[in-house]
Design a protein around this ligand. Sequence first.
Ligand code: GTP
Ligand code: SPV
Ligand code: MN
Length: 589
Amino acid sequence: MTEVKNQIVLDWVKEMAELTKPDEVVWIDGSKEQLEAIKNVSLATGEMIELNQEKLPGCLYYRTNPKDVARDEKRTVICTRRKEDAGPTNNWVDPKEMYEKMGKLFDGAMKGRTMYAIPFSMGVPGTEFAKLGIELTDSIYVVLSMAIMTRVGAEVIERLNAGEDFTRCLHSKATINEQEKYIAHFPEDNTIWSINSAYGGNVLLGKKCLALRIGSYLGKQEGWMAEHMLILKIENKEGEAKYVCGAFPSACGKTNLAMLTPPDYFKEKGYKISTVGDDISWLRIGEDGRLYAVNPENGFFGVAPGTNEKSNPNALRTTHKGTIFTNVARNLDDNTVWWEKLDKNPPENGEDWLGRPWNGKTSEEKGAHPNSRFTAPAENCPTIADEFFTGEGVPISAIIFGGRRAKSEPLVYQAKSWDHGVFIGSAMASETTAAANGQVGVVRHDPMAMLPFCGYNMAEYFQHWIDMGKKMTNPPQIFHVNWFRTDENDEFMWPGFGDNLRVILWMLNRCEGSVGAVETPLGYEPKAEDLDVHGLDISPETLEKLLRVDAEAWKSEINGIQEFYDKFEWLPKEITDCFERLKKEINEI
Ligand code: GTP
Ligand code: SPV
Ligand code: MN
């Protein structure tokens, strides 16, 4: 293995080892042999279970503590010297206080265990976008997952040896004591400490912690953006490629949109879809004044329930090898996995996510936890785009904001300008999901789908969006979508999934200026005849309802936005101006 020679790295690892007191420190080089040997240790201890190696080669099963199955926003903190730098939407603790408190918890936490040191890169090492990190952990689940989700290997060590900076990530599952669980970020020290959890989003520190919370902070300092966005590539029959980014809150459809299967009619017309990213985008302005995006991850940590041959065949295929399944149900007859809506054939001789005997044919209870997930290599994805591998940015034509809204939000509208789009993003709201602990289905404001992920004051973050817009000569068009509107029987009105391509194609036409629109207080809406619904079983009345702006609903929506904005001491004038105009125009309807 390439030896780590950077003294700053060695000193930090030594210091953390002296604190946590593991029996030994093992450096991870990402080689197949080493990962195989470490996996075998976890199979022997029962931490991981090997699945049917004929049907699911290289796949593992993993279960977390029943109280540790999602991100924990209450226990996620931003530690900046000044409270106002964390802002009104983050939990803040003074860094000195937090280091002291967590230092006591980390003291001896790895006694009798091995500390694994994982050097990793977010983004392709050596590209303009890439950032390095090292995660120290006592969890083999974390080692095996980071080897899927990030780029681990000799090249990272070489770059560290050359003196590149890195994010210092420390994790211990400790005793999984939920009273003493903390996921703490120290943006001013480029440091993340996480203790007493073993669930993905809290412990795979390259993902939300580095790529979004620390990333957004670095982006503000360095003039780029870290966003909770998928990246989708759309090619027409001439082979012309366009790229769009989409920010939807957790469990609101990013992975599904990123891997969408076009309806047959569009396939016949020659449209092709590829996946660049499904969760996180890092964006920079190119020399041509456009916005360019990369996916800094190397795998997908996707929601299992709802994934099936019809909704997302590409995701399903992605999980057929080298994948870790967490908190899904098991089929004990053939040692495979199952989750709600996978198919109509749940196991009779199964085990639920809690490890209890479970008969899917007769049981009233769910087999998989609603936030059960798969961790799968991106290279497995049948639609993975070539650009994913180069790590060079792709030029973004459109940014799509969206949420899960049973009422009020129309299917789609286009912002009237970049600043208006930033306002739309800042005002967006969505029903909460099982991706985070807490109540599910409650509408909450989640600007740019970043409420839980912005590593600094969100007013400053809005200002950063406005400033970035001013620097671009050719910024993306901004849109808002809602795939989740329901009718009086609580049924989804829009078919969603692959049919969302119909809406995206309208957006691309708008970007080219090749189609008209109706101006409303919210933004530009499609004329019904401009949405290509060929082959879709949807009545003109339903379509009309999906597109209509409901003035009454928007009056209460405005109160909600006001209440959210009231948390802030200040907001960019560009945003408050747009809000004032919306209030006025809604009242005039
Ligand atoms: P995170 O990984 O938590 O960030 O979630 P995500 O935004 O990637 O969401 P994902 O694509 O995994 O979808 C979450 C859930 O929403 C799944 O159960 C999907 O089946 C469902 N879903 C996704 N897209 C659509 C859609 O267009 N319509 C409907 N009705 N459901 C959808
Ligand atoms: C999300 O919650 O938005 C996820 C899963 O993508 S986690 O990694 O847990 O954050
Ligand atoms: Mn996510």
